[in-house]
Every structure is written in structure tokens, then in C-alpha cells.
Design a protein around this ligand. Structure first.
Ligand code: CP
Length: 332
């Protein structure tokens, strides 16, 4: 693996089919869960820079722990608070607030670190800008070392890989279904306009994995970008989607077409015990952070159906498997 930006980065000569590549990496991640220090020298004398242009709890801590388990040194740099304001536009006349161009900063960080991992959120003002992934692409272009996405403008691959291994892990410990598991991604209300990253990415990974029946449900006009959702069943009828579900992934996102808007906050879209009764005793997932009793009810989050804590715990093993792959590849 040369970088980790989307599910497509898993495809290799060894695993040319993406679903196989996901399964192979998931096996590796779950093996790390059993024996966290089994490759404790793999990253000896290697350094990873964790660059945050936006806040984080899980991504920041789990990736640091994953790096430490592999013997790597991890250095966190909160670029938004502690660094110079970065300019990303090519040819920019830097007479405004930005102080340092990415084409100057990234190669320097590429000298300091063997791997660079970056979190950048979308602005949610202009869809073309956000979906061009300029921030992370500029890092890739100028860093000269492998880049890991800690969540970009449109995708959150470490989260989605975690979600796959969490589902896989549950399927291994529950009685066989004798059918594909039904996984439902449901939109939920929220008070703020949130990115589409987690939903896009979850859809991308579920479709690429191909081992589950994948259904997306959301209110009208909350369609996600088709490049990520194609092959999924999409319905505006949440009850119909939830019927017989084995896993329900709850997430808010703002509108994609009329970009970055909140069209509704209809509380009837919040998952409740009554709605969960429509499912096959579904396990409930959320990437966190979650606004309780807005996006997800207390009764669900505090119930045995919720696996959000286990899911967040698995972030370590997902990150460790990805870093391990990058370390195994020849680093330029
Ligand atoms: N799910 C997730 O990425 O959490 P953080 O924003 O806290 O890293």
C-alpha cells in the first residue's frame, strides 16, 4: 500500500479484487486485536506525523496507539491552532491571512516524517472545491512520503475500515444467518450542517466489500454522491429500510446537491426502541461524536444493541493494520 485515502488504495497485485483486499486487511486488523504487540519492531526508527486541521478524539488517540504498537514514534501537530495558516491554492497571491504555502510546508514535513497522516474537513460552501479534495491532494503532491487520510473533505477511510471489521467481528461471534447480513445506513437529525464524509465512505466500503445487503435511507433531497452509493438500495422509507436489519449505522449529513444545507431536522428520523423493534435485533453503530437525543436516543445508545464503544475501540486495530501495510511497502 502506497497511501490510504480511499478503499481503492487497498487494491494490489496480491489482492486485485477490492473485496478480497478488504477481507485480508480485516484479518490483519483482528489479529492485531488479539496480539497488539506482535509487530512491535516493524516501525522502529520510523516516525509518523499526525496533522490535524480540525478537532478529533478517536482518530488522534487511536492512531497514536496504533503507531506505538508498531514501534513508531508519533508526533501530533495541531496545524489549525499551532501552525502557520497554510495556503493550498496554486499560484495564490498570499496577501491575505495565509502565511505559508503547502508546497513549502509539505516537503519539509516529508523530510521530518516517514509517513504523514492528515485530517482536513470540507468547508461545506462549495461542492466542487470540497469534492476536488484539494487539501489532501496537495499534501500528497508535495509531501514525498506516504499519506494517510485521518478524514478528508469527502471520505473517512479509517472509520469505514473500522466499521467493516466491527461488522465482521460480530458476524463471527453470532449464529450464522444463512443469508447476507442486512446493513442499513440511516440519516439522522442534527442541529449543524455536517459533512458527507462518513456516509460517503461507509457506502463506498460497504459496496466495495460486497458481502452484505446494503441499504441507505434518508429524507428526500439528502441523496449522497452517486459515485459512492451506486449498487446500494436507496429508500426514503426508513421503516421499510430498517425491517429485518442486522446492523443499523446512524449518521447525519447535510445536503449534497444543494450543497451543505439542512433541509429538515425531523425528529421522527431519530432511531428509537420502537424503530429498533422493526429490525432483527440490530446492532447499532455510529462513528461518534454523537449528539444524544438529537441524532441518537439515550435508550438506544445505552442499550445492549449499541456497539459504538466497541466500534470506536476497533479504530486502533484498523489504524495499526493500515500503518503496518505502509511500513511493509518500500518507503521512498
Ligand atoms: N469518528 C471519529 O473520527 O472521531 P473523532 O472525530 O473524534 O476522531
Amino acid at each position: 500500500m502506497k497511501q490510504f485515502i480511499s478503499v481503492n488504495d487497498l487494491i494490489s497485485v496480491e489482492h486485485p479484487i477490492v473485496g478480497d483486499a478488504i477481507n485480508a486487511l480485516a484479518i490483519k486488523a483482528l489479529a492485531y486485536k488479539q496480539e497488539p504487540l506482535k509487530d512491535k519492531l516493524l516501525g522502529a526508527d520510523k516516525r509518523i506525523g499526525l496533522l490535524f486541521l480540525n478537532p478529533s478524539l478517536r482518530t488522534r488517540l487511536s492512531t497514536q496507539i496504533a503507531a506505538k504498537n508498531l514501534g513508531m514514534e508519533a508526533i501530533v501537530f495541531n496545524v489549525d491552532k499551532e501552525g502557520w495558516a497554510l495556503e493550498f491554492e496554486e499560484g495564490a497571491i498570499m496577501s491575505g491571512n495565509t502565511v505559508e504555502h503547502i508546497k513549502d510546508a509539505a516537503p519539509i514535513m516529508g523530510q521530518y516524517f516517514d509517513v504523514l497522516a492528515i485530517r482536513t474537513f470540507p468547508g461545506l460552501q462549495n461542492r466542487e472545491d470540497d469534492y476536488s479534495e484539494m487539501f489532501i491532494n496537495q499534501f500528497i503532491k508535495y509531501a514525498g512520503v506516504p499519506v494517510v487520510s485521518l478524514e478528508s473533505a469527502t471520505l473517512h477511510p479509517l472509520q469505514s475500515f473500522t466499521d467493516v471489521i466491527t461488522i465482521k467481528e460480530h458476524l463471527q461471534i453470532t449464529p450464522p444467518l444463512n443469508r447476507k447480513a442486512k446493513v442499513v445506513l440511516t440519516w439522522a437529525p442534527h442541529v449543524k450542517a455536517l459533512p458527507q464524509c462518513v456516509a460517503n465512505s461507509f457506502a463506498q466500503w460497504m459496496n466495495a466489500w460486497g458481502e452484505v445487503d446494503f441499504v441507505i435511507t434518508h429524507p428526500e433531497d439528502y441523496e449522497l454522491a452517486e459515485q459512492f452509493t451506486k449498487r446500494a438500495t436507496i429508500t426514503h422509507n426508513q421503516d421499510e429500510a430498517l425491517s429485518g436489519a442486522d446492523f443499523v449505522y446512524v449518521k447525519n449529513w447535510s445536503t449534497y446537491h444543494d450543497y451543505g444545507k439542512i433541509y429538515t431536522n425531523d425528529p421522527r428520523w431519530m432511531l428509537t426502541e420502537e424503530k429498533l423493534n422493526l429490525t432483527n435485533q440490530a446492532k447499532v453503530m455510529h462513528c461518534l461524536p454523537v449528539r444524544r437525543n438529537v441524532e441518537l436516543s439515550d435508550e438506544i445508545l445505552d442499550s445492549p444493541n449499541s456497539i459504538v464503544t466497541q466500534q470506536a475501540g476497533n479504530r486502533v486495530w484498523a489504524a495499526q493494520a493500515v500503518l503496518s501495510e505502509l511500513l511493509a511497502a518500500p518507503i521512498p
